[in-house]
Ligand binder design. Structure first.
Ligand code: XIL
Length: 332
């Protein structure tokens, strides 16, 4: 199965200009996901599609024998939307179809899999995101999800097509909704191949038993779907526990070991729950700790530093690296 890593292709962590990161990515991984640069807005500039940025990612991957997991064909956040994705655009649905089709066609043959739709589910009152999804609004319902998968399959019949989301691994309301969405898609013969669990987790949350049973439900109820861990990282500091005294200001050896143990348990759960033929692989969300989107994070009025990944700021392997390695060899 692919072992992947998210890499940046711009700014300080740019893979293309960092030989240290290149050594890690090509030495220890078989797949790469662009952390940002294959999202909707990046294929678009001044009113037309422009693949020059994303193509550099594909070139790097091909030169180095890495497969690419595409992220993502459809995702709602306004800061990463192309200009046409505005509810006032009278041509919205046509532009949507063109976008999904052209992007998937462009990368066809060069890409292993796509997150076709990212984060369509809601945790609050409604099943689907509505207020913050321009797609839901214009389509007046979740039909855009069906449409995206159908168009993606047509444009690239060989890519594996995933639905991807977060907090679906906690065996709560979002897990239930994930199952309902998958039921809806499969009942309607929508072409989907797998489910991505982003897996941005903390040290103790969600409990490993919940992670396990969330994946187990998908495995049991949808025998034709693959399961992929798409964005794994493990935050050490919990800003939601109302206990700031507990927040670490540096990564101690003891914390690093505990984090390694947590990574171990997650990989072990994945390997024990998902049968080999249905494993889409595991991707960690960033190369070295300071690259992580959680290297500093806030909540509850607190801001903390963090070390969520498996290489440290000096490009040294952390305990988590070795525990993942051990989990992969022990639980195949
Ligand atoms: C994040 C990136 O890591 C950040 O650099 C960016 O500023 C925002 O997006 N779920 C996803 C990813 O599907 O695309 C997000 O990546 C993290 C949450």
């Amino acid at each position: 199965m692919p072992i992947g890593v998210a890499a940046a292709f711009s700014n300080h962590a740019n893979l293309l200009s960092s030989s240290e990161r290149q050594q890690i990515v090509t030495g220890d991984f078989s797949q790469v996901t662009a952390e940002n640069e294959m999202k909707m807005s990046y294929h678009y500039s001044n009113g037309s599609l422009d693949f020059s940025g994303p193509d550099r990612i594909i070139d790097f991957a091909m030169q180095n024998n890495l497969s690419v997991h595409g992220h993502a064909l459809v995702w709602h956040p306004t800061y990463q939307l192309p200009e046409w994705a505005d509810a006032s655009n009278g041509n919205f649905k046509q532009d949507f179809a063109t976008h999904v089709t052209k992007v998937a066609e462009h990368f066809a043959g060069k890409i292993e899999s796509w997150d076709v739709v990212n984060e369509a589910l809601e945790e609050g009152d409604t099943m689907y995101r509505q207020a913050d999804s321009v797609f839901y609004q214009v389509y007046d319902g979740p039909e855009y999800i069906h449409e995206a998968f159908r168009l993606a399959r047509q444009a690239d019949p060989n890519a594996l097509l995933y639905y991807n989301d977060y907090n679906t691994e906690n065996n709560g309301i979002k897990t239930e909704r994930l199952i309902a969405l998958l039921r809806d898609l499969t009942d309607n013969q929508v072409p989907i191949d797998g489910v991505g669990f982003q897996m941005h987790v903390m040290m103790e949350w969600p409990p490993i038993s919940d992670i396990r049973s969330s994946m187990q439900q998908v495995v049991d109820e949808f025998p034709n779907l693959m399961v992929k861990i798409t964005e794994l990282d493990v935050r050490i500091n919990n800003v939601y526990d109302n206990n700031t005294a507990n927040d670490a200001s540096e990564l101690t050896p003891a914390l690093e070991q505990q984090q390694g143990q947590r990574y171990y348990e997650i990989i072990r759960a994945y390997l024990e729950v998902v049968p080999p033929a249905r494993r889409g692989g595991v991707t960690v969300w960033g190369v070295i700790d300071p690259d992580s989107w959680y290297s500093e994070h806030s909540g509850n009025g607190v801001t903390v530093s963090d070390w969520p990944l498996i290489w440290d700021a000096n490009f040294n392997k952390k305990a988590a690296y070795f525990s993942i390695e051990e989990a992969l060899t022990t639980h195949q």
